[in-house]
Design a protein around this ligand. Structure first.
Ligand code: SF4
Length: 439
């Protein structure tokens, strides 16, 4: 165990689960620790601290977090483990009891971790810093830097919707957001570092500005003016908050990419009502059609939960047919898992594991067909690609403006440059154009 009271030349390892928001926040924690003299471990180096930023979206996510913490402790028995994130917020006692865990930091205490480490170095006392999510009011800004070509900029946190199956409001607290000025300043800082693409992230970003005079569209307009950032992507936005004005703005903007990610969760109105979602299938279809009429080439990813309570076979078939008829590009299919404390547990019809898995496979098949139908017409066309540094042993890769993933042989100097690429060799299973060429 570490016995110095100062940070000196300490090292830390970071492990992140879950959403883009978590990745942005881990990056901010790493930056803050480095300002206190705790640098990231290099390959093969033993860490003094391990920061695990957890997710609790499903029962499986909890399990993976526990397994990873145990395995990290086995591999690095001398390291002090610091656990934060949604799982730490919701199950702090369970997390504190895991081997090697010295600090448990709640969802709003991530940016205090450097201070907690300082205290821990003085007395080596394990501590938990978690307060009830309902008491969390402060917005903690985050922007991930340096570890990817893309930047993840957090603009909003928390959610007030309380969908019946979801634990996020209990973990992340009420909806709150940063000020437009602060967020624009972070985007400018990213541009000064050479950043080209920013993904705008949050839990419920369409709720940006709730309780104030500004809204998400105002934020988009302000970000659109930042010199140097050439691409923005809106990470995920609730369909009822995706206004026609936002769609028209993206269609007219040179910097906001024709790429949307919209959670549908179920394609049957009765199940949507049981889920307590804020829209019906008619509204969802209208939004998808509006996007496609303004931007026929736009990529649309859609989240779907399969096998939720109340999803009878008849409702599942309606959902499948609805989804298959949408002009969207890909489904992100999640198999429903029960979450303690959610209102969904009061819904009577429970789907068997066997049916859940069968329905998941059916929806993955629908997704593959949708992707193929969307991507195929782009074969042998030229589109702008932001090139990304290759992983060891891999070729250069990147995404087009409309989120088609490409691979090609190209010089590494093109990393973080936007170049024209001819698309070829579509593999729908891998969702990848494999044999592209620079133009
Ligand atoms: S909108 Fe619903 S599913 Fe999404 S975070 Fe809020 S409560 Fe959860």
């Amino acid at each position: 165990m570490i016995d110095n009271t100062t940070f000196g030349t300490r090292t830390a390892l970071f492990h992140t689960f879950g959403c883009k928001l978590n990745f942005a926040e881990t990056s901010t924690v790493a930056t803050m620790l480095s300002e206190h003299g705790v640098r990231r471990c290099t390959a093969g180096e033993e860490p003094d601290f391990i920061v695990v930023n957890t997710c609790s979206v499903t029962e499986l996510a909890d399990k993976k977090c526990r397994q990873t913490i145990r395995s990290l402790h086995r591999r690095h028995p001398e390291a002090a483990i610091i656990v934060t994130g949604c799982y730490a917020q919701l199950k702090s006692d369970e997390v504190a009891a895991l081997p090697g865990v010295q600090i448990v930091a709640g969802i709003d205490r991530k940016l205090d971790i450097a201070g907690f480490v300082d205290t821990w170095c003085a007395d080596h006392e394990p501590r938990t810093f978690v307060r009830p999510a309902r008491d969390i009011r402060v917005f903690s800004p985050s922007c991930s830097r340096g570890d990817r070509t893309r930047y993840f900029l957090k603009v909003q946190d928390g959610c007030d919707y309380w969908c019946s199956y979801c634990t996020i409001p209990a973990a992340r607290g009420r909806s709150r957001s940063g000020s437009i000025d602060d967020i624009v300043a972070q985007a400018r800082a990213a541009a000064e570092e050479g950043g080209k693409e920013i993904v705008i992230t949050g839990v419920n970003i369409g709720d940006f500005g709730k309780g104030r005079d500004d809204c998400f569209l105002d934020l988009c307009r302000a970000l659109d003016e930042v010199d140097g950032i050439e691409r923005y992507r809106i990470s995920s936005i609730e369909p009822n908050l995706l206004t026609d004005e936002i769609i028209d703005f993206v269609a007219a903007s040179k910097r906001f990419m024709p790429h949307f990610h919209v959670p549908l969760q179920n394609g049957d109105d009765e199940v949507l009502a049981l889920m307590r979602r804020h829209y019906d299938t008619a509204l969802f279809r209208q939004k998808m059609e509006r996007i496609k009429s303004a931007m026929p080439h736009a990529f649309i990813g859609v989240d779907l939960i399969v096998g939720a309570r109340g999803e009878t076979e008849e409702r599942f078939e309606r959902s499948r047919d609805f989804v298959a008829s949408l002009p969207v590009s890909r489904l992100h299919v999640f198999t429903y898992s029960e979450r303690p404390g959610t209102r969904a547990l009061e819904i009577e019809h429970v789907v068997s594991q066997e049916d859940k898995h069968r329905r998941t496979r059916v929806m993955l098949g629908v997704s593959e067909r949708l992707y193929k139908a969307f991507a195929k017409p782009f074969e042998d066309t030229v589109r702008p690609v932001l090139m990304e540094h290759p992983r060891p042993g891999h070729r250069m890769s990147g995404f087009t403006d409309n989120y088609l993933r490409v691979e090609l042989d190209a010089p590494a100097e093109l990393d973080n440059r936007i170049v024209p690429v001819r698309l070829a060799g579509l593999s729908a299973e891998d969702e990848l154009f494999k044999h592209c060429q620079l133009v």
